[in-house]
Design a protein around this ligand. Structure first.
Ligand code: 4AZ
Length: 224
């Protein structure tokens, strides 16, 4: 998170989890039920489920919290790793996650419009140039922008898919390691951190996966 503030799990609502590979933090996620986490497809597609764990209930990466193994992951058939179409995945945990500072967040059922503010939280880097995650959970508010404005910024990326929306605020953005984390609007999970060119670069808004577009995939995966 660039340009944000330090926060705690109890402040943001307890839904924020982090993904680890061989124990090392690499992505964010959101607990949508006690058994299922929603994250980005690019956080699971090149990883072995057996080496992944999910940690919840912590505000600092160095805390222990509650750690669960991954039973399996679901990625939509329409996911494209080169273009990041439908960059969404569902993780089924090996056992349910509960404990202090752990709560679930509902999937988005509200509409938003350009200009609305959304909240993103994570342990990602605090500057584009940094490679170290933040030990403390951080949070920032970003403003939804029109697709046409975002498309213009990313011209050479011929298509910003229907599954995406863009958001930015001066000096504020998600960044490396925030990928897979939730974008919260009116206390609902409405987006997933997907990609961007750099972080908090005035020319390149952050790109997010829309839960509206991903919803049926998520619900189907959880009912398998
Ligand atoms: C990343 O590499 C990443 N500013 C995530 C979000 C953004 C850029 C990069 C958006 O995980």
């Amino acid at each position: 998170i660039v340009g944000g503030t330090a926060t705690t799990q109890s402040t943001v609502g307890g839904y924020v989890v982090n993904l680890r590979y061989d124990g090392t933090f690499y992505c964010g996620g959101s607990l949508v039920t006690r058994m299922y986490v929603v994250t980005a497809a690019h956080c699971v597609s090149d990883y072995q489920a057996s080496r992944m764990t999910v940690q919840g209930g912590v505000s600092k990466l160095s805390q222990t919290g509650v750690i669960r193994r991954v039973a399996r992951t679901y990625v939509p058939g329409s996911y494209s790793s080169s273009r990041l179409n439908m960059d969404v995945a569902v993780i089924r945990l090996q056992s349910s996650m509960s404990g202090s500072n752990i709560a679930t967040i509902p999937l988005c059922s509200v509409q938003w419009k350009p200009g609305d503010y959304m909240r993103v939280s994570g342990w990602g880097t605090t500057q584009s140039s940094s490679s170290q995650p933040s030990n403390q959970l951080r949070t920032v508010q970003i403003q939804l922008i029109r697709k046409t404005v975002c498309q213009r910024a990313y011209q050479y990326q011929d298509t910003l898919y229907a599954s995406t929306f863009c958001a930015r605020s001066s000096g504020k953005d998600s960044c490396s390691g925030d990928s897979g984390g939730g974008v919260i609007y009116r206390n609902q999970l409405c987006g997933i951190v997907s990609w961007g060119l750099g972080c908090a670069n005035a020319n390149y808004p952050g790109v997010y996966t829309s839960i509206h577009r991903a919803r049926s995939f998520i619900v189907r995966a959880m009912n398998k």
